[in-house]
Write a new protein. Structure first.
Length: 477
């Protein structure tokens, strides 16, 4: 009895909808494991394809055969691995051969792929989807000593082969095929049938697994071509999406809003330690505040750049700064930004997650808290010393001001006496000139007196000689 009876879903990204998009209308198709024929019906009726099917379950195969040209059904003709279908379909060459979630149910999928190469037209393709056993949900299960089979999904109890992307690529190449395109369907941890989640792991493992490449790839969809048909074509196209990692949220407030709420936010996913995220705020009017939540958990983060339209802007955080641009966040990592008056459109945030291991964060946080307390104590001491220094400076300035006033007084007095001394010197100069004139007059009068004395003396001598002459003359007589 076939258990895979479900409606064809063309509105979401799933293995059937992706395979349908790879098929050209009017093609000749061989479909293995069509179950009840939902895919068969669509490509037959909507894409006008001619479809042959191989289905082991008789009941579902009968239903699918309504839409098929040739049907190989039952445990004999419909058994893919016994290759009985090769006789009934001998001579056919197909544009597409489909294995939609089938190969993992086979014991020897490589042998079947090798045989299918002979049923492909030149440039024909094998389209197949396989589950990824390397999904992070499986790794978390194994970490918790669990590997419980399910009715459906990654650990479907009917799976006998398990694949990763690399091991399936190797299987294809070993059997004459080359992947020309690989796409993935991503389903995150906690979003599938496996109950284990990231919080079931130690923090340090949790951190590494969240950022693991392709860790949430639930299925891979391969397009395979025969190696002999590939002649220097373009290289393999790998389109592997991811929903793992973290979510960066930009909360915004408008007008008179007092709080940030989940009703006003923009979310961006990232799955790398180094994140470069743009938020387009062009259509959000009347902004009055922004909060960017880098991580919803404790973390040690280096903030590299936060800018509006390539212009750096100031910001604050709810973390403790460890060193330049490195912050320790406890609980969540949030950055608060003041909206500038100038209207900007693009907010750019770039940061690097150093670790989310809470033990380390708590240690850093404790150390930072102690350092901050010590720094605050030192700041208080510096403030007290600054008060004392300021008092001393004020007293010294007051004394200097008094000294300057006294000095000015002395300078004024000195200037006064210097002016007075200058006047005295000027008077002395006048007196000196007068004295010199007097001395000149005295010298003149002394010379005149000397002359008078000389005249008087000469007169006296003459007078004396005259008296002597009279006396001599008298005596002689």
């Amino acid at each position: 009895m076939q258990t895979y009876n479900y409606e064809l879903d063309l509105n979401t990204k799933n293995s059937n909808s992706m395979i349908i998009n790879m098929i050209k209308p009017g093609s000749l198709v061989l479909e293995f494991g069509p179950a009840f024929g939902r895919l068969t019906k669509y490509i037959s009726e909507s894409l006008s394809c001619t479809v042959d099917i191989v289905e082991m379950d008789s009941e579902s195969g009968e239903n699918a055969s309504k839409y098929a040209r040739t049907a190989c059904i039952g445990k004999i003709n419909g058994n893919i691995e016994t290759l009985a279908w090769t006789k009934k379909l001998a001579g056919n060459k197909y544009d597409y051969i489909i294995f939609a979630d089938v190969l993992e149910h086979l014991h020897n999928p490589g042998d079947v792929l090798r045989v299918c190469c002979g049923f492909l037209k030149k440039d024909g393709e094998i389209l197949c989807s396989v589950p990824n056993i390397a999904h992070s949900s499986i790794i978390i299960s194994l970490w918790n000593n669990d590997f419980t089979y399910q009715n459906v999904g990654l650990l479907d109890q009917t799976h006998v082969h398990f694949f990763t992307r690399k091991t399936f690529e190797l299987l294809a190449r070993e059997n004459g095929l080359e992947p020309i395109s690989i796409e993935s369907i991503s389903v995150g941890v906690g979003g599938n049938e496996i109950r284990w989640i990231y919080d079931s792991l130690p923090e340090i493992v949790n951190e590494e697994l969240r950022l693991r490449d392709e860790g949430d790839a639930y299925q891979y969809i391969f397009r395979l071509k025969r190696q002999i048909d590939i002649n220097n074509e373009a290289g393999q196209v790998l389109n592997v999406s991811s929903v793992a990692g973290y979510v960066c949220e930009c909360f915004f407030k408008k007008d008179s809003d007092t709080e940030f709420t989940s009703l006003q936010r923009i979310q961006k996913k990232y799955n790398s330690r180094s994140a470069k995220i743009y938020f387009d705020l062009n259509n959000i009017q009347r902004l009055n505040g922004l909060c960017v939540k880098l991580l919803p958990c404790s973390a040690l983060i280096r903030i590299i750049n936060i800018s509006w339209d390539s212009c750096d802007i100031p910001y604050t955080t709810n973390g403790n700064i460890i060193s330049e641009n490195i912050y320790a966040f406890l609980g969540s990592a949030e950055v608060f930004i003041t909206v500038p008056e100038v209207n900007h459109q693009i907010l750019y945030v770039e940061f690097e997650i150093i670790t989310t291991f809470e033990k380390y964060i708590n240690m850093f946080g404790h150390v930072v808290k102690m350092l901050n307390q010590k720094a605050e104590e030192e700041k208080n001491e510096i403030r007290q010393l600054q008060v004392v220094v300021n008092d001393i400076k004020q007293k010294m300035n007051d004394q200097i001001a008094e000294r300057e006033i006294e000095s000015q007084r002395f300078n004024d007095q000195i200037s006064f006496y210097q002016e007075k001394n200058q006047k005295l010197n000027d008077q002395i100069g006048v007196f000196e000139e007068e004295r010199a004139k007097l001395n000149d007059q005295i010298s003149f009068y002394q010379e005149e007196n000397q002359k008078l004395n000389d005249v008087v003396l000469a007169y006296e001598e003459k007078k004396t000689r005259s008296i002597w002459d009279i006396l001599k003359k008298t005596y002689k007589e």
